[in-house]
Design a protein around this ligand. Sequence first.
Ligand code: C5P
Length: 215
Amino acid sequence: MEKYSIAIDGPAGAGKSTISKIVAQKLGLEYIDTGAMYRAVTLKALSTGTDISDSQSVVELLKDTDIDFRENHIYMDERVVDEEIRSSEVNQNVSSVAKIGEIREILVSKQREIANSKSVIMDGRDIGTTVLSDAEYKFYLNASVEERARRRYEEDKSSQSYEEIKRDIEKRDEIDMNREISPLVKAEDAVEVDTTDMDIEEVVDFIVGRVRGGK
Ligand code: C5P
C-alpha cells in the first residue's frame, strides 16, 4: 500500500494509545503519541519551576527543549521520560500547557514533519481536525467517563483514588474541549467508536478491518 495516515482522537482514557500501538504493529506503521509531546514540555516546565500560567516562559522553554521519539521511547533533552510524563502532577497541568497557541504551533509542525516521510498512526486530540486533516482514515474513540476513569485507575501505579482520577479526567476533558485553538472535537469525516463495552481486541479488529477494507 502507498503511504497513508490513520488519525485517532478522543478524550483521556478512551484507549487511544493502547489501541494505536497494536494497530501499528499489525499494519506495520509508526505510532506517534502526540500527547507525550505536550506531556514532555509540561514535565520540563514543572521540573524547572517555570510558571505554567506565563505562556511566554513556557514557549521559550520549549524552544530550548529537544523532544524526540526513538524506538518507542520518548526523549526529552536526550533523556528517556516514558514514566515521568505519566505522573499525576503532569496529568494535572498538561491541558494548561496544551492550550497555549504557540506551543501547539511548534508541536503540530513537528508532528506533520514526522508524518510526512512515512505511514503513521497518530493519536491525540486534534489529529483528524488539524494535524493530519487529510488523513486517509480517521477514528474518534469515546467511552463513558466512569469507564475511562476505571481503566486509568487499573493501569495507574500511583496512589490516586478512582474518584481523584475521574475528577482529573473530567477537568482535562473540559479544558481540552473548550479551548480556543484546536479544541477536542470529532472531525466530521471521522468514524466514532464507543469503546465502553468493547475490549481492546474488538476495537483493534474494527480499525484494522476498516483500513484493510479501504474504508
Ligand atoms: O493523550 P494524552 O492523554 O497523553 O494527552 C495529554 C494532554 O495533552 C491532553 O489532555 C491534551 O491537553 C494534550 N493534547 C493535545 N493535543 C494532542 C494531544 C494531547 O492538546 N494532539
